[in-house]
Design a protein around this ligand. Sequence first.
Ligand code: ZN
Length: 246
Amino acid sequence: MNEREPRFALISDVHSNLEALEAVLARTDADDGVLCLGDIVGYGPDPNACLALLRKRISEAVLGNHDVAAIDDFGIEHFNPAARAAIVWTQGVLAVEHAEWLRTLGYEWRAPEFLMVHGAPVEYFEYVLDVAAAKRAFAATDAPLVFLGHTHIAEYYALEPGGRIRHAYLQHGGELALDPGTRYLVNPGSVGQPRDLNPEASLAFYSPEARRVVWERVPYAIERVRAKIAAAHLPPANAERLRRGR
Ligand code: ZN
């Protein structure tokens, strides 16, 4: 029998949402690599359970701004009040071994054919929210394929050989065939706090041999997470946005 071609699951912005994380991991096969684009913690009620599960499953991971804030207070002054309150709460409950593991992660991870960052190449916590930001991101790296998160929006930007930048939203799932000579910024969307108006958990699969990226949305027990957020006395806004997907 032929071996199945290699495949990577791309996950980002889990944000301590265990129910969403379990739902997306259930969509992966045991031999899929799992690439995590940061923000494992923040906002949600289950940082330790998410870290315990992910540490067993991921192949590579990079730091997000909430991860760095949780272990180092870094950038916390730029957080909105609901995000800041959740980070302070996370700092109080985060297991020492998980904090130590987060400290071993870098801001980028480079393979020959792709680069992983949380927000953007070099400017790691920049938001790629429009074509101008995408253009800066392409200019900052020579990676043919960049996997990034941070905006919590399932989408891609494609830099065609002639210099034109193409963009598409994939908040209801979809597929991208990777053309040779075109470069891409691929955002799998957010597992644990989608902001593209679809509350279902988002992930993407990258198949290097088939040169294909496939986005999927996965329903999960949103009400259970909302109840946990309330029980932990985390800001109600962090629960409300889960139901609205923004
Ligand atoms: Zn995030």
